[in-house]
Design a protein around this ligand. Structure first.
Ligand SMILES: NC(=O)c1ccc[n+]([C@@H]2O[C@H](COP(=O)([O-])OP(=O)(O)OC[C@H]3O[C@@H](n4cnc5c(N)ncnc54)[C@H](O)[C@@H]3O)[C@@H](O)[C@H]2O)c1
Length: 324
C-alpha cells in the first residue's frame, strides 16, 4: 500500500516515517494488514535522508495543486496530513496560516475526493481549537471556541475531515494533539515552544527562558506517545468513529512548575537553575487560552494512551537523544 505523509520533514513527520518503515504494514482498504510498498514524504523542507527503497520524497508547497497531484497518487491508500504553519507563525501571518492550514487542507481532501479511492486520512489538530471560558476539565462534548487563528484553522480542518468522511470521500480521523514535548532541536515559532525549551536547553547546558508563570497548566504528550497515537489513529476502524471523526487525545495534565520539578528530579537542581523566568504577554495570552486538562474518555476507550508522568517524558527524551 502507498502512504503519504505531508510535513514529512517535520518533527513528527520524520519520526512517523521511521516508525512506519520499521512496522512495515498498515491496515489497508480490505481491513487486513498490508505491506507498505511506498512511503511518500511531502514537505517544503528536505527530509533527513532515509536509506530505504520504499521512500519517495516530494519537495513542494502543499498549497500548490500540482504538488498535491504529484504526491497524492491514485494508488495512495493512507494519508497522514501533518504539514502546517505553527501557532505563533499563523497568528503573526494571517494569510500564510489560512493558505497552509486551511486552504491546503481542503486541497488535499479534495484531491482525495476526486481520486475516488476513499483513503484513510489522519489529520493532526490541536488543543488550540479550545479557548475562552472553559470548564476545569474539557470533555468530549465541550464546544470548541478557538482564540487564535491557528486554532480556528485547525477547527475548520476538522470540520472538513468530518464532512468529507460523511460523504464517503475519505475515511478520516482527526486527532487533537496535546503540546508535544520534549521536542529536540531548536526553538520553533509555536507559542508552546518554551515547553520543550525549558527541558531541552538546560539538559544541553544551555540557558532557557520561560515566558509563562510556573502555575501555568499544561496538557502534554511525549513524542513517543504521539507517534503511537498517530499510528493507532490510522488503525482504528472508521465504523467505531461513526459520524464523530474528531478525538481529544489523552495527555498528561501538568504545570510548568511540575515540569521543571521533574527536570530537577531527573537531572539535578543546577540543571533546572538554568531556566530564567521572563514573562512574555503575547505567549501568555495564547497559552493561557488553552485548556490544561481533558477527560478524553472516548479516545481512551478506543485504546489511545497517555504518558504516566512528566519524569518519564524527561527520561525518554534523554534516552532518545542519546541514541540520536
Ligand atoms: N508538536 C506539537 O506540539 C503539536 C501539537 C498539536 C498539533 N500539532 C500538529 O501536528 C502536526 C505536525 O507538527 P510538528 O510538530 O511535526 O510540526 P513541524 O513544524 O515540525 O512540521 C511541520 C512540517 O510541515 C512543513 N510545512 C509547512 N508548511 C508547508 C507547506 N506549505 N508545504 C509543505 N510542507 C510544509 C514544514 O516544513 C515542517 O517540516 C502539525 O499539523 C501541527 O499543527 C503539533
Amino acid at each position: 500500500m502507498q502512504v503519504l505523509i505531508t510535513g514529512g520533514a517535520g518533527f513528527l513527520g520524520t519520526r512517523l516515517a521511521k516508525a512506519l518503515l520499521a512496522r512495515g504494514t498498515l491496515t489497508g482498504p480490505d481491513g487486513g494488514q498490508q505491506p507498505i510498498s511506498r512511503l511518500t514524504l511531502l514537505d517544503v523542507a528536505t527530509p533527513a535522508a532515509i536509506d530505504d527503497p520504499r521512500v519517495r520524497v516530494v519537495t513542494g508547497d502543499i498549497s500548490d495543486a500540482a504538488v498535491i497531484a504529484d504526491a497524492l497518487t491514485p494508488g495512495t491508500t493512507s494519508v497522514f496530513h501533518l504539514a502546517a504553519v505553527v501557532s505563533g507563525q499563523a497568528e503573526a501571518d494571517f494569510e500564510l496560516g489560512m493558505r497552509i492550514n486551511f486552504d491546503a487542507t481542503r486541497l488535499i481532501l479534495d484531491r482525495a475526493r476526486t481520486l475516488g479511492s476513499r483513503p484513510r486520512v489522519v489529520f493532526t489538530s490541536s488543543v488550540a481549537v479550545f479557548g475562552g471560558p472553559l470548564p476545569a476539565q474539557v470533555t468530549d462534548g465541550t464546544v470548541a471556541t478557538p482564540q487564535s487563528s491557528y486554532g480556528a484553522q485547525k477547527l475548520m480542518g476538522e470540520i472538513l475531515v468530518t464532512d468529507y468522511s460523511r460523504k464517503g470521500y475519505i475515511d478520516g480521523r482527526t486527532l487533537r494533539m496535546p503540546t508535544i514535548c520534549v521536542r529536540p532541536g531548536v526553538p520553533n515559532k509555536a507559542a508552546s515552544s518554551f515547553a520543550s525549551g525549558i527541558i531541552r536547553e538546560p539538559l544541553n547546558d544551555q540557558p532557557a527562558v520561560c515566558p509563562v508563570a510556573p502555575e501555568t497548566p499544561m496538557w502534554v504528550m511525549s513524542p513517543r506517545k504521539a507517534i503511537e497515537g498517530l499510528i493507532h489513529g490510522h488503525e482504528i476502524d472508521g465504523a467505531a468513529l461513526g459520524a464523530t471523526r474528531t478525538l481529544n487525545m489523552p495527555g498528561l495534565a501538568t504545570s510548568v512548575r511540575d515540569m521543571v520539578g521533574a527536570l530537577e528530579t531527573v537531572a539535578g537542581a543546577s540543571v533546572a537553575a538554568r531556566i530564567r523566568w521572563e514573562p512574555d504577554p503575547a505567549v501568555i495570552r495564547i497559552v493561557n487560552s488553552w485548556p490544561g486538562s481533558f477527560d478524553a474518555v472516548r479516545a481512551t476507550a478506543l485504546g489511545f494512551a497517555a504518558d504516566p508522568d512528566f519524569e518519564s517524558i524527561v527520561r525518554a527524551h534523554i534516552q532518545d537523544e542519546q541514541k540520536r
